[in-house]
Design a protein around this ligand. Structure first.
Ligand SMILES: Nc1nc2c(ncn2[C@@H]2O[C@H](COP(=O)(O)OP(=O)(O)OP(=O)(O)O)[C@@H](O)[C@H]2O)c(=O)[nH]1
Ligand SMILES: [Mg+2]
Length: 196
């Protein structure tokens, strides 16, 4: 897998050319997003290394094998942000998800240990309204014993109101679990949309 950082942009006008399918990683702050992106890309520290002060409101674009973009969005739902920052991320997320001018698919990340919050539900609604293909990735599954996992997965699907057809991928960045399933979903979508 060949990965290059492309650009960081605070708004949709700064999205890179050429247009390629975009796989956006969305999740609550501390859900394990940077760790999962690094695991998915098979890089130790790529998601962090794009970081500069203020990165929290930027869309970070990586190009993978020249075929698709991985888009790292700011983590949402962090309790300590100001009203102004919260409004800014809502606007950025809404704009990004509502735009229909680029092919977008979403990995929605949820920490397996926590019941999805109102923020998680709202983001799930925006993804659905936009009609983007979406896979749910439960993160940090190594933190939960096997017998409890099924119940956690069902709760996530239920609370989000996800369609039962929605791909659900248990992952652990710590144990390297779920990467093949994520790649398979990406490949299936790329093959289904060869014109993009
Ligand atoms: N056990 C375990 N811990 C994990 C896993 N993924 C992430 N963590 C831990 O969870 C914490 C947050 O991980 P990050 O990857 O930084 O999460 P993030 O969503 O990018 O967080 P912010 O960017 O700060 O919002 C760190 O302490 C990680 O080591 C995992 O698969 N298993
Ligand atoms: Mg992070």
């Amino acid at each position: 897998m060949q990965v290059e950082f492309v650009t960081s942009t605070p708004d949709l006008r700064g999205r890179p050319e050429p247009v390629l399918p975009e796989f956006a990683f969305l999740g609550r702050s501390n859900c394990g997003k940077s760790s999962l992106i690094n695991m998915f890309l098979d890089r130790r520290d790529l998601a962090r290394t794009s970081g500069k002060p203020g990165k929290t409101r930027l869309l970070n674009y990586f190009v993978v094998d020249g075929r698709f973009y991985l888009v790292d969005l700011p983590g949402y739902g962090f309790a300590k942000v100001s009203k102004v920052q919260r409004a800014a991320w809502r606007r950025l997320f809404r704009e990004y998800l509502a735009a229909q001018d680029r092919p977008v698919a979403v990995f929605h990340l949820l920490d397996v240990r926590h019941r999805p919050t109102a923020d998680d539900r709202e983001v799930a609604d925006w993804i659905r309204e936009a009609g983007h293909p979406c896979a749910i990735a439960a993160t940090k599954i190594d933190k939960i014993g096997g017998p409890r996992q099924g119940g956690r997965y069902r709760e996530i699907v239920e609370v989000l109101g996800a369609d039962p057809q929605t791909p659900f991928i248990p992952t652990s960045a710590a144990k390297g679990m779920g990467r093949q399933e994520m790649l398979a979903w990406v490949e299936a979508l790329l093959e289904a949309n060869p014109e993009t």
